[in-house]
Design a protein around this ligand. Structure first.
Ligand SMILES: [Zn+2]
Length: 133
């Protein structure tokens, strides 16, 4: 991008080297064109620098956002729904076969049949069964 201002300087040097009479209409026009070129080159260089700064800033925001996403939605593949076991149970009350997420047995809550709303396993019974004493 600095190449651009070098090129404009080169053109200015060429014009001066040609010994153009800057007091003629053509000379004035050429001189103004070179001035405008120079201003444009300067503006583009400043825009380019500003843009690079914005890009860098966006990149850091993007990285921060990715970190935040990872922290908020902690991805744990082992906890995916696909890997959840469903336990098949026949309800002793309505004899309907119902399915429970295995995680429900980790809780201390009674297991209730979704069909008849009767308790299938209460926590007390569960303890009695798993502990022969
Ligand atoms: Zn039932």
């Amino acid at each position: 991008m600095f190449d651009l201002s070098e090129k404009v300087s080169y053109i200015r040097g060429l014009a001066e080297g040609m010994g153009l009479d800057m007091e003629t209409n053509e000379g004035k026009l050429l001189s103004h064109i070179i001035d405008v070129l120079s201003d444009m080159a300067q503006a583009i260089i400043e825009l380019d620098a500003a843009q690079a700064e914005i890009e860098e800033y966006l990149e850091t925001i993007d990285e921060d956002l990715a970190d935040m996403e990872n922290a908020v939605f902690e991805k744990d593949d082992e906890d995916d729904d696909e890997n959840t076991y469903y336990i098949e149970v026949e309800c002793p009350h309505c004899h309907e076969t119902v399915f429970f997420d295995e995680d429900i047995f980790d809780d201390d809550n009674d297991i209730v049949c979704p069909n008849c709303s009767e308790t299938i396993y209460s926590e007390d019974e569960y303890n009695k069964e798993s502990d022969p004493d």
